[in-house]
Design a protein around this ligand. Sequence first.
Ligand SMILES: [Zn+2]
Length: 474
Amino acid sequence: MRYQPVIGLEIHCELLTDSKVFCSCRNEFGGGENTRVCPRCSGMPGTLPILNQNAVRLAAKAGFATDCTVNAYSSFDRKNYFYPDLPKAYQITQFEHPICTDGHITVCGDKKIRINRIHIEEDAGKLVHDDYEGISMADYNRCGVPLIEIVTEPDFRSAEEVQDFVEQIALRLKYAGVCDARMEQGSLRVDVNISIMPYGSDIFGTRAEIKNLNSLKAIGRAIEYEIQRQAEILDNGGTVVQETRRFNDNHGDTKALRSKEEAHDYRYFPEPDIPPVLLSDDDLEDIRKSMPELPHVRMARYTGEYGLPHDDAQLIISSKAFSDFYDEAVKLNPDYKQISNIMLVEVNRHLNDSGKTIEEVLFSPSDIAELARMISDGKVSNNAGKDVLKIMFEHGGKPMAIAEQNGLIMSSDTSGLEAAIDEVIAANADSVESYKNGNDKIFGFLMGQVMRTIGKGGNPALAKDILQKKIGKE
Ligand SMILES: [Zn+2]
């Protein structure tokens, strides 16, 4: 491929407010068609918008989550266009003075992607096409749902960078409680602006915009397809047209929707019905203080201070609740690796098998901290620890009590062990002989026989020592 792709993103995220952005209709996904509408969000003449203060707060949080400047002054504008899913015939958005500007996120290790702006706007409704009847119907439930639009600079040079960015944005917004980022439900939608230029050039080509991509996979496929399509046009001496295109998931291709509008097509003007948004230093400080620790900061702590492998840390942070649980447990017992292992292997296995989430388990972080301590102190073996956790998962209860009730505490009494080991040696004289003659592998078999004899309460480390002494090669 002779061409370098140049990509910028516009990401629409629905905000997790209780009500819509300019009226008190419920902001919730689903519901029967046109059941969550009122005169305001369906654009009746004479109604006035009232700005949802929580939408402002969540937009500011999105700014803090992406290293933007959150502006003390921002204001709303009217974007005029007629489309049947927008009954007012204009969208209220922030054009001249967006709430957040100049942020960035680092992707793929060390590539900095600049964020130009984040602004607040209202969502439009949905058209439902009935191809059989040949009609289209409008569902206005989504009209007036609060959105932020995150606009990046054209800093991406590959689909991988785009996917990493979208994954990170989605996770940060989830952590901050700004957006649930369910791409499959459309609460986070990605528009990709893409052009290509010959390698070594610094003059961008004409871009196409691919609208409303709703999975990381679709983003990757759409970008790859567009690079090919534009390259073929240029290779054949043609010119790429600036236009908006739709990605078809079934065919894996993009089709032209309309020629891309320029800002002047929308005849923006200041929204006269909403006063400017003013955030004082105290407001901004208050919002900043309410921010949780963000996933990339946690990632650095886990891989740095805690010494966890990158993939393990990534798995833990992929759910805030899971990561919160881990953090609580290691606060009580800073055995980072041991607790990470218990949670990522055993706890996750039970969660997957049962379909439960970490919020629904019957034990607390302190129980996991305690179980990890019991294992590292040699009170229970690794295997017995798994049994204890299984019981904790099914019935709840404290790990120490469970271990005691089920005879899982490792014995440090050596006389019983010695007797058991003598028994195994007597019963497996051939194997012992073979070991003494240099067959080291057979030691594992003998240990297995010993463990079977002493049962789950047996202390494997101690048993191994004694067995080694008894049959050690002189
Ligand atoms: Zn309404």
